[in-house]
Design a protein around this ligand. Structure first.
Ligand code: NAD
Length: 480
């Protein structure tokens, strides 16, 4: 079957997944799902209500004691079956993400469908290990599952964000109620098809689609949810933290970013700029870790701008299902308008247009924004401070390493970053000074076992690997 022309999986879904069954929602209200490359409505899902959240949380609560007491090897076997069932749907997942998010099919296949499988595989292995216990003096310190988890996820990597919560929560012995983004709810349905096929015990995972203000708030405020694990904007994370604070419930927050790519004078500039541009443009710039501020030594600044313009010219916008397409649309008209507004404001603030911009040609329909490079961006300006979440790179010059570090750390965010230098020790020294949760040195590869999360307003807690599993545990000391 030709992947590019194959029809995607069902795009209209009518049910919630509660206590191991596909069940009717409490109301007939629905949410349309749009294809952002065309602007057409391609399907719909139920608009869940607080009564649906109550039902799903009750199912997760009822399932918790049994799942928490399940032998780790058996929990790992369940996750292994889920991995098999999800892997069998990889093509459908890729085509569905291409349809509801507009991600080019190649990226959708490699990252949007591929990454969750890598993360889930890592969690099969971690789930099989009993939680580590420590003896501290006369105390035995043990880790226990935190309880019922409310998981609320964004649209940008719709399946990865879900699996990065659901798999470690299950590995730790927690049960879960998931609310996926209302903009991209269809991939979560494919995951729950896999959950059904894998035969997970009823109530261990539950799905309630719906809007943030209705289903998200009901889940975050629910008295029987022990931990709210959220990925999304800093503004929503703040709201969720307030809701959870009322009952002193735990939160794990993966929020926004404005990450710096620090290119020292002795760096391999063509590689650093090419990889840096690719990092900003992947998924049309809708990536929380995107290195959206490129900091370049003044001696190499003009050369870097030329390289960046050349790199951007190689990104063809268009139909996500066309193999030649490297950049799809943004997820929605509102998101595209927001991104254009950031570019207009940056130009008004004195930034210099190097590539793209308001006059660049675009496909005739869909929510496209041209990949854009802006130079001479002031480190305090809105473009250098605010998360754009679109294909927009701000380039900023620096004169010495101290200034580069100061500019990089001049942010309310602290999610990711990069450093490039021919001297790896020098790069490592800068990496240590960056106030962020992740730093890649000379293009260091993504590690699915490394802790992932942010400093400052980029969030609280860590996902992935053992750190990600521990996020879903409580610590108990038993004195003898
Ligand atoms: P968003 O905050 O608008 O929505 C995220 C989720 O929260 C959605 O499911 C939404 O329905 C829900 N929500 C919205 N309002 C809510 C409320 N009042 N109560 C409860 N839930 C509510 O974010 P988005 O636009 O979907 O995603 C983009 C943002 O996510 C960006 O800021 C990006 O940086 C961030 N993000 C962070 C990471 C990370 O790991 N740090 C990863 C991906 C995206």
């Amino acid at each position: 079957m030709d992947l590019a022309t194959a029809p995607p999986a069902p795009l209209t879904r009518r049910h919630l997944h509660v206590a191991g069954d596909w069940v009717d929602p409490s109301s007939g209200d629905t949410i349309p799902v749009e294809n952002p490359a065309t602007g057409e409505t391609i399907g719909e899902v139920p608009a869940g209500a607080p009564a649906d959240v109550d039902r799903a949380v009750a199912a997760a609560r009822a399932a918790f004691p049994g799942w928490a007491a399940t032998d780790p090897a058996e929990r790992a076997a369940h996750l292994d079956r889920l991995h098999t069932a999800l892997a069998a749907r990889a093509d459908d997942i890729a085509r569905t993400v291409a349809s509801e998010l507009g991600a080019p099919l190649k990226l959708a296949t490699r990252v949007q469908a591929g990454l969750p499988l890598i993360v889930l595989r890592s969690m099969v292995e971690l789930a099989a290990r009993p939680a580590a216990e420590r003896v501290v003096g006369n105390s035995l310190v043990v880790r226990e599952p935190v309880g019922v988890v409310g998981a609320i996820t964004p649209w940008n990597y719709p399946l990865h964000q879900v699996v990065a919560k659901l798999a470690p929560a299950l590995a730790a012995g927690c049960t879960v109620v998931l609310k996926p983004s209302e903009l991209t709810p269809l991939t979560a349905y494919l995951l729950f098809d896999a959950v059904t096929e894998a035969g997970l015990p009823p109530g261990v995972v539950n799905l309630v689609p719906g809007t943030g203000p209705v289903v998200g708030e009901a889940l975050a405020a629910h008295p029987d949810v022990d931990l709210v694990s959220f990925t999304g904007s800093t503004a929503t994370g703040r709201r969720i933290a307030h809701l959870a604070a009322d009952r002193i419930a735990r939160v794990a927050l993966e929020l926004g970013g404005k990450s710096a790519n620090v290119i020292l004078a002795d760096a391999d500039l063509p590689t650093a700029v090419k990889v840096g541009v690719g990092n900003v443009l992947v998924n049309s710039g809708q990536t929380c870790t995107a290195w959206t501020r490129m900091l370049v030594h003044r001696d190499r600044y003009d050369e870097a701008l030329e390289l960046a313009a050349t790199a951007v010219a190689g990104y063809r916008l268009g139909d996500p299902f066309d193999p030649a397409t490297r950049l799809g649309p943004l997820v929605s008209a509102a998101q595209a308008d927001r991104v254009r507004g950031h570019v207009d404001r940056a130009l008004a603030d004195g930034a210099r247009l190097v590539a793209g911009g308001p006059a660049a040609p675009l496909p005739p329909r869909g929510h496209f924004v041209a990949p854009t490079v802006l130079a001479d961006v002031h480190p305090d300006s809105a473009l250098a401070q605010e998360e754009v979440f679109g294909p927009v790179l701000a380039v900023i010059p620096f004169t010495d390493t101290d200034e580069a570090v100061a500019i990089a750390n001049n942010s309310r965010y602290g999610l990711a970053g990069a450093v490039w230098s021919a001297d790896e020790d020098a790069a490592l020294a800068v990496a240590r000074r960056l106030r962020t949760g992740q730093v890649d040195v000379n293009g260091g590869a993504f590690n699915p076992l490394a802790p992932f999360g942010g400093y400052r307003q980029s969030g609280l807690g860590r996902e992935l690997g053992t750190y990600g599993v521990e996020e879903f545990t409580e610590v108990k000391a038993i004195q003898r």
